[in-house]
Design a protein around this ligand. Structure first.
Ligand code: HEM
Length: 513
């Protein structure tokens, strides 16, 4: 895709900025892979990664391919879906554990359902498994879906029918269960009829694991099953009725499981394909984005602030598949409204890695000599687009450049009072001559079912225009000084934009009394 695209930029960052400089949150919850937040320091036997993959499947499991309802829509967050409808299968604290962690990355551009797919995708590739194609754009449901999660005490035909309703064949079902049950196991606490109390100091959560490597995404489950050494409680459990993995795995004469046992590659490539299908099982009418791939060159957190006689440009740029090299020359070239071109040398800011360190990215900041990183621009000239030059090579999205919107910017003449009740005003610079029809503050809030909605507050234009920026202003009374605002604006042709930078009243100087 072409930068900038607010939604794709956010999804791409959540997917690929995993550890190191500008790291997202998800990878931090699973390093090492047996990290489990609920159990306390001495807890063993469970993992966040297991909880995440199971939760994603349980969200998907409500899908009905005939009428297009259910699927990955984060309806699993509703207590009704967790407890009342599904009785036994959604029991336990694994689903709340997942929601508590993964919903911390949601926002305006990343739905709760997207985060439920991102979590296990990042977990799988960081814990021994393959890279899985991720698409974004899932839409969060407003209410719980009807029951759909298969139960271990159901017969094979009921399972085949349940997976068919979800859109999967019998072979898909075998693969999905084998790919899912390479993580985790069955807990005594919630399934006492399947797993006895284990009284094991190395497994304090009393979980009978599906295979001997319960936080590694590998074909051990299949190998142990075919070698007849498996301890999978849904294969060799004392309660024959609940041995659903045995009935499912053997339902094609073990052909699929044997192929997984014989080839780790076959297991991983099958899981990558079938799990991507599972995560992309969404209600009818939801349009997912293309597969999110890392941008080779990506400006990051570009912000503009009008500060008296300067327009400050903040930001960084990320170069994918690049390691640290202090001798490298990185230049920022920018064009302005007056037809001039300028340049500045960028400084190395850090490295990040993704997909279990299979990729490394190098970050450069716009100017690290200043107290905060910024380039001071002449406001009359402003900025229209950027290019980068790396050791003499031009990076400009195939000639398009990286366009920068400087029509509407925060102004540092905004101010706040220091005491409760906080008041103040936000000043917004609107470039003279731009066909701006409306300017409004945007505040991200949650509706009564946790979905993100944007509340708009109109900002009034000034009586007179001035050059190069006119200041539009809004008084905030009884403000919460920690609330973040972005600026939205609409051009006369109806196109809408939002600034990338969000500010709190608190970020600005004290108002003169
Ligand atoms: C007939 C289909 C299935 C049945 C009957 C079934 C049954 C179960 C049961 C009883 C547990 C134990 C839960 C607990 O102790 O809290 C479990 C755990 C798990 N299931 Fe399944 N499952 C099925 C399909 C799947 C699929 C398709 C996936 C994902 C692709 C999956 C992923 C998991 C994971 C990752 C765990 C471990 C959870 C953890 O350790 O926190 N399951 N399953």
């Amino acid at each position: 895709y072409i930068w900038p695209s607010p939604q794709l930029d956010a999804l791409e960052a959540a997917r690929f900025d995993q550890t190191g400089h500008n790291a997202g949150r998800i990878a931090g919850f699973i390093q090492p892979c047996d990290t489990f937040f609920l159990g306390g320091l001495d807890s063993t036997g469970r993992s966040n990664v297991g909880d995440w993959l199971r939760t994603a499947y349980h969200d998907v499991a409500t899908h009905n391919i005939t009428d297009g309802t259910g699927g990955m829509d984060a309806s699993i967050r509703f207590a009704d879906e967790q407890k009342l409808f599904h009785t036994i299968q959604n029991v336990g604290d694994g689903i709340p554990n997942t929601i508590g962690l993964l919903f911390t990355v949601t926002g305006r551009y990343i739905s709760m359902a997207d985060s439920l797919a991102l979590g296990p995708i990042i977990a799988i590739e960081n814990c021994g498994g393959p890279e899985i194609a991720f698409r974004g754009g899932r839409v969060d449901a407003a209410e719980a879906n009807p029951p759909g999660v298969p139960q271990p005490d159901q017969g094979l035909n009921a399972h085949i029918a349940a997976f068919a309703r979800q859109g999967f064949t019998q072979t898909d079902m075998i693969s999905l269960v084998a790919c899912g049950h390479t993580f985790g196991g069955v807990q005594h606490e919630y399934f006492p009829d399947i797993v006895p109390e284990l009284n094991d100091t190395t497994d304090t959560e009393s979980v009978a694991h599906f295979d001997s490597t319960f936080v590694t995404f590998d074909n051990k489950l299949a190998m142990e099953y075919i070698a007849d050494t498996t301890k999978d409680p849904l294969v060799v459990g004392f309660n024959l009725t609940t041995n659903s993995d045995r009935r499912i795995f053997s339902s094609d004469g073990n052909i699929t499981m044997r192929s997984f046992a014989e080839s780790s590659e076959k297991f991983k490539s099958t899981c990558a394909r079938i799990l991507a299908l599972m995560f992309d099982t969404v209600p009818k009418g939801v349009e997912l984005t293309d597969i999110i791939t890392p941008l080779p060159v990506k400006p990051h957190n570009i912000q503009l602030m009008l500060d008296g006689d300067t327009l400050k440009l903040f930001g960084e740029v990320r170069f994918w598949n690049m390691t640290e090299d202090r001798a490298r020359d990185v230049l920022l070239i920018w064009e302005d409204h007056l037809g001039s071109t300028h340049h500045a040398t960028l400084s190395f800011a850090g490295l990040s890695t993704a997909v279990a360190e299979r990729y490394t990215a190098a970050w450069y900041a716009f100017n690290q000599t200043a107290e905060i990183d910024f380039q001071a621009l002449n406001p009359a000239a402003g900025i229209t687009r950027m290019r980068f030059i790396v050791d003499g090579r031009v990076e400009d999205q195939g000639g398009l450049g990286f366009s920068v919107q400087d029509s509407v910017v925060f102004s540092n003449s905004s101010c706040a009072t220091s005491q409760n009740p906080y008041t103040g005003h936000l000043d917004i610079g609107v470039r003279t001559g731009m066909p701006v029809a409306r300017v409004y503050l945007e505040q991200q809030v949650n509706d009564d079912v946790q979905r993100v909605v944007i509340v708009e507050t109109e900002v009034e234009p000034p009586m007179t225009t001035s050059h190069p920026y006119s200041i539009w202003s809004i008084d905030l009374r009884d403000a919460n000084k920690f609330v973040l605002y972005t600026i939205g604006f609409e051009l006369k042709d109806g196109t809408k934009f939002s600034t990338n930078d969000a500010h709190r009243l608190f970020d600005f100087p004290l108002c003169a009394i």
